[in-house]
Write a protein that binds this ligand. Structure first.
Ligand code: C2E
Ligand code: MG
Ligand code: MG
Ligand code: MG
Length: 279
């Protein structure tokens, strides 16, 4: 952060690294207060059945609207929350909040919640899930936990044990952003994921005619099937992309084509509109 030196004409050396560290420090101070100040919220993005396009679930996606800094993207504040371990209390709030919203939806609509390795490796992570379920009254079968391959980097046994406890409650676990991280296929046999989410980069690539991406999407779908896991294509933005992943055999689709992440009130409005049709 450059300070004006009254036109002395001196050249001030400002290494970019310094600016970044300073920016992070300033954001960290704000993030420490964000939860208590009510600056965090959840958006929900629909996931549909690839065959009939019926609604399957919503993924909860965190938003931060800082009074001081404006809207900050998850790509920026999630890594900061992870580095500072603020993701542990914030993530517990996300879990409970997402379950509370889902408890008000029709019973056949599930909710998916992203969980960072820092949360999963906490001893009391399973207790945090139990708390969220009991506080909200949500049936465990309606909650899916999304983790990325990175959970297997640090402490695979602790991560697996934690997820197995959560699965014993009735929750399912999805493997997010598949193919972008640490890829050892061994763990896929050790943990029964319900769903593998095919990362948007491969969906994009395949739709653009990239043969490697296409081969990867095909291979992931075939592998998931043989392991009795379903697949979700992420980041589907056009009817053409939807048709492609459907024809390749993806079970579920998520992306702007079917719906953007939306505030909880919009989800409720959606269900209120539909109610007469259901009844
Ligand atoms: P993710 O879990 O892979 O979530 C999907 C991301 O893709 C979301 O970005 C979503 O808005 C975006 N997306 C969905 N459909 C499309 C599409 O058709 N096109 C494009 N271009 N993008 C699409 P978002 O909301 O910015 O979140 C980014 C990441 O931040 C998430 O990736 C997740 O890893 C993390 N994140 C978000 N909320 C939470 C949270 O509550 N806890 C944790 N631990 N991580 C979270
Ligand atoms: Mg996710
Ligand atoms: Mg993802
Ligand atoms: Mg992602």
């Amino acid at each position: 952060r450059a300070k004006e030196e009254g036109g002395s004409g001196h050249y001030r050396y400002e290494p970019r690294l310094h600016a970044t560290a300073e920016e992070r420090r300033v954001l960290e101070v704000a993030l420490r207060r964000a939860l208590a100040d009510g600056e965090l919220s959840l958006n929900f993005q629909p996931v549909v059945n690839a065959q009939d396009e019926t609604l399957v679930s919503f993924e909860a996606l965190m938003r931060w609207n800082s009074a001081e800094h404006g809207s900050i993207s998850p790509g920026k504040f999630i890594p900061l929350a992870e580095d500072t371990r603020l993701i542990v209390p914030i993530g517990a709030w996300v879990l409970e909040q997402a379950c509370r919203e889902a408890a008000r939806w029709p019973r056949d609509v599930r909710v998916a919640v992203n969980v960072s390795p820092e949360q999963l490796l906490e001893r009391d992570f399973p207790a945090t899930v139990v708390n969220a379920l009991s506080a909200s009254g949500l049936d465990a079968h309606r909650l899916e936990i999304e983790v990325t391959e990175s959970i297997f980097l640090r402490d695979p046994d602790v991560a697996r044990n934690s997820l197995e406890q959560v699965m014993a409650l009735g929750c399912t676990v999805a493997l997010d952003d598949f193919g972008t991280g640490y890829s050892s296929l061994g763990y896929l046999r050790k943990l029964q994921f319900s769903t593998i989410k095919v990362d948007r980069t491969f969906v994009d690539g395949a739709a653009e005619g990239n043969q490697e991406s296409l081969a990867i999407v095909r291979a992931v779908i075939a592998m998931a099937r043989s392991l009795e896991m379903t697949t979700t294509a992420e980041g589907v933005e056009s009817p053409e992309q939807a048709e492609l992943v459907r024809s390749l055999g993806c079970d579920k689709i998520q992306g702007f084509h079917f719906g953007r992440p939306m505030p909880a009130e919009e989800v409720h409005a959606l269900f209120r509109q539909r109610e007469p049709l259901i009844a």
